[in-house]
Design a protein around this ligand. Structure first.
Ligand SMILES: NC(=O)c1ccc[n+]([C@@H]2O[C@H](COP(=O)([O-])OP(=O)(O)OC[C@H]3O[C@@H](n4cnc5c(N)ncnc54)[C@H](OP(=O)(O)O)[C@@H]3O)[C@@H](O)[C@H]2O)c1
Length: 328
């Protein structure tokens, strides 16, 4: 790497994750899509280094990101080794285990056996001694909560993770897990959840519960996988997520109703001097318990665009009413 932008930490204010000592920029970069085995190293490198140059410190991974599973961690590890090794202490690297990762009874959900062996694999793939946050990726209805939380606690006690997080836990599950982790004195700081203008389920209870417990929220898919941007206004581009091989977003998700809403949101965004993506991110970031939005990207320019939200994050009461009217 050349020398990183020396003024990178002057670009935004870093907020605490919940009531922890850990601070993060309003924007984080997720490596779920576009960092797999078939991705261009040069493009991935440009995105990670470009994000770091902007002041983004938090990189969100999981054991299964790819495809194939594990390849995003390898890609990130390669970039880290050749470009950012000297900056390890400035990076907040997160990974997760909880979804299907390898065949047989030990590669899925929340057993101690799965979580701890998966963490070892993640460390190996990324070439690091520890991750900053180790998440349980989704609740496991069958494994005793004490076992899963005990595994997260062990990850910290063994020095392989500094903090732990949960993901996709609802308000009731979060409270139960919080109680177990508090008893263990585990440094549990964050719940990672989906939240965007088209999916507002967390507003019902979880946002307030996180606030009450002092646990931060990191938000995934804040742009509804790209729908809350200009990306699909002229149809479905062949190089987009919906136009490609992803099973998580396809043509049928890009409905006329959604596109109409995005166009209407575009007018509010323009009146604020923002892009649609920036408005969509400001909407999610308006809650104090939302510590950071984790965006995905296929090119650096998208990250630069999204980072622009840091210049104007507050929304007026009137703008919120206009947004509610469009979304209702
Ligand atoms: N914990 C969990 O269960 C879970 C689940 C899902 C995701 N995550 C995490 O959250 C991260 C983000 O999720 P996501 O990728 O769905 O987030 P997203 O930010 O809602 O969508 C990202 C996609 O939006 C498009 N995009 C981004 N910025 C844009 C811009 N400025 N203008 C136009 N298009 C733009 C790009 O699409 P194109 O690729 O089409 O260019 C990009 O790939 C993941 O990488 C992962 O780290 C966690």
């Amino acid at each position: 790497m050349g020398t990183p932008n020396e003024k990178r930490y002057e670009n935004c204010t870093y907020h605490r994750i919940g009531r922890s000592g850990l601070k993060v920029a309003p924007l984080s970069l997720g490596l779920w899509h576009n960092f797999g085995g078939d991705a261009s190293y040069d493009n991935c490198r440009e995105m990670v280094l470009g994000a770091f140059d902007l002041g983004i410190t938090h990189f969100d991974l999981a054991n299964n990101y790819g495809p194939p599973p594990g390849s995003a961690e390898k890609m990130f590890g390669r970039i880290l080794k050749s470009e950012l090794a000297a900056h390890r202490n400035e990076l907040l690297i997160a990974t997760k285990a909880g979804y299907d990762m390898w065949p047989g009874p030990y590669g899925d959900f929340g057993s101690r056996k799965y979580l701890l062996s998966s963490l070892d694999d993640s460390l190996r793939r990324m070439g690091v001694d520890y991750v900053d946050i180790f998440y349980h990726h989704r609740p496991d209805p069958d494994t005793p909560l004490a076992e899963t939380m005990g595994a997260l606690d062990s990850a910290v006690r063994s020095g392989k993770a500094l903090y732990v997080g949960l993901s996709n836990y609802n308000a009731a599950q979060l409270k139960q897990a919080y109680a177990v982790l508090a008893e263990l004195k585990t440094p549990f700081v964050v719940n990672q959840v989906r939240y965007n203008m088209f999916d507002r389920a967390v507003e019902k209870e979880l946002v307030a519960t996180a606030d009450e417990l002092g646990i931060g929220l990191t938000v995934f898919s804040p742009l509804a996988q790209g729908m809350l941007t200009e990306r699909y206004l002229q149809g479905v581009p062949a190089d987009s997520r919906a136009g490609g091989a992803s099973v998580f977003l396809n043509n049928s998700d890009i409905t006329a109703d959604r596109i109409d809403k995005v166009r209407a949101l575009g007018k509010i965004a323009a009146s604020r001097g923002q892009t649609i993506a920036q408005l969509a991110l400001a909407f999610v970031l308006r809650h104090a318990s939302v510590s950071s939005v984790i965006v995905g990207a296929s090119r650096l320019q998208q990250i630069v665009d999204c980072f622009g939200v840091t210049k104007k994050m507050s929304l007026s009461a009137e703008e919120l009413i206009q947004i509610e009217t469009i979304l209702s």
